[in-house]
Write a protein that binds this ligand. Structure first.
Ligand code: ACO
Length: 329
């Protein structure tokens, strides 16, 4: 039995917010944002668009590419740093909109490493239970709802988007997953988090007044950790699987900051022209970035059957993960 990706999909909201638009909101400028992060614009969801709505659009495209009906999906694994509710899962909200009653669904919380963690969770479930034939992996984010629009340190970095991958299992499929490595270290929990709103710090007038329901980040610490963990994790995985840097056709890093992405690639020995980047257009769309990158690469005819693809990400928690894929179609 093999497990393979048979479809991808993505969705970005129509509204574009440029760096020049941000100049009117906080004390920043286009030059600072571009040179420090590589970002020139990001997408912002409409007020009525929920994380499940963004995910729905991405899933519909992945299902169409994989020639699969929504009602035939056996499992949905969704990751979001900006979930629709504290509970229940955003995956359940998405399942309802998809009109799927057959599947089991749940959320995986791994912040920006969410897509990689969800892919590996889905793959493991499919190995454990061969009855799971069609599985959706989804990363969906409305970061515009959880960033502090008065905090220039963070609000310039993030954007809204969703992405999906449709996985299939069966004897007719060749395994496309070469390997995966994941890690976490809760010691870094307070470097990147939303402090209030959970049971640890329930909402009060004070928490709202102090903007504690918005994302807080120690940017410089996360920068160093991101480069180090993406490098170490990828290096270990590549050594374990006997894949040298020159065998990597595409490196698809988490799209947080072009400087982080290039630094990790340089340390790995992957040439920068093999690093896919669309952070300039969308900013950091957290759990959606890896799937969004893969879908755009397919649309741009950059992915070819048999290519070796390295996915790697770091997120709040701290979480990190790398996956090697032999591109299947
Ligand atoms: N516009 C203008 N100036 C700014 C802005 C802004 N938007 N933001 C910060 N500055 C200022 C700072 O106040 C500081 O000023 P000072 O020197 O007078 O104190 C100066 O610019 C330099 O700030 P640094 O923090 O040193 O800038 P740095 O080069 O480290 O870049 C950045 C900051 C872009 C945040 C970088 O640290 C970074 O990318 N960190 C990682 C972020 C990241 O990847 N987060 C997501 C992780 S994934 C997840 O799970 C969500």
């Amino acid at each position: 039995m093999g497990i393979s990706i048979i479809g991808t999909g993505s969705y970005v909201p129509e509204k574009i917010m440029t760096n020049f638009d941000l100049e009117k909101i906080v004390n920043t400028n286009d030059e600072w944002i571009r040179t420090r992060t590589g970002i020139t614009e990001r997408r912002i969801a409409a007020p009525e668009q929920q994380v499940s709505d963004l995910g729905l659009e991405a899933c519909r495209k992945a299902l169409a590419m994989g020639d699969t009906r929504a009602e035939d999906v056996d499992l949905i694994v969704l990751s979001s740093t900006s979930p629709e509710y504290t509970f229940p899962s955003t995956a359940c909200a998405l399942q309802r909109k998809l009109g799927n009653t057959r599947g089991v669904c749940f959320d995986v919380q791994a912040a920006c490493s969410g897509f990689i963690f969800s892919l590996e969770t889905a793959r493991s479930f499919m190995i454990a239970n061969p009855a799971l034939k069609r599985v959706l992996v989804v990363g969906s984010e409305k970061m515009s709802a959880v960033v502090d629009w008065t905090d220039r340190d963070t609000c310039v970095l993030f954007g809204d988007a969703a992405s999906a991958a449709l996985l299939a299992s069966g004897d007719e499929f060749e395994d496309c997953f070469v390997g995966c490595k994941m890690g976490t270290d809760g010691a870094y929990l307070d470097r990147l988090l939303i402090p209030a709103g959970g049971s640890g710090m329930p909402a009060t007038f004070d928490t709202v007044e102090q903007h504690l329901h918005f994302l807080k980040m120690d940017g410089q610490a996360i920068f160093r950790l991101a480069v180090c963990k993406m490098y170490e994790c990828s290096k270990e995985l590549m050594s374990e699987k006997g894949i040298a840097a020159d065998a990597i056709d595409w490196m698809v890093p988490h799209q947080a900051n072009i400087r982080i992405m290039n630094a990790a690639a340089d340390r790995l020995g992957v040439p920068r022209e093999k690093v896919f980047a669309n952070v300039n257009l969308y900013g950091n769309t957290c759990a959606a970035t890896i799937g969004l990158a893969l879908d755009e690469m397919l649309q741009q005819n950059l992915l070819k059957k048999g290519q070796m693809i390295l996915l790697t990400a770091v997120g709040g928690g701290l979480t990190w993960g790398s996956t090697l894929i032999r591109w299947p179609f």
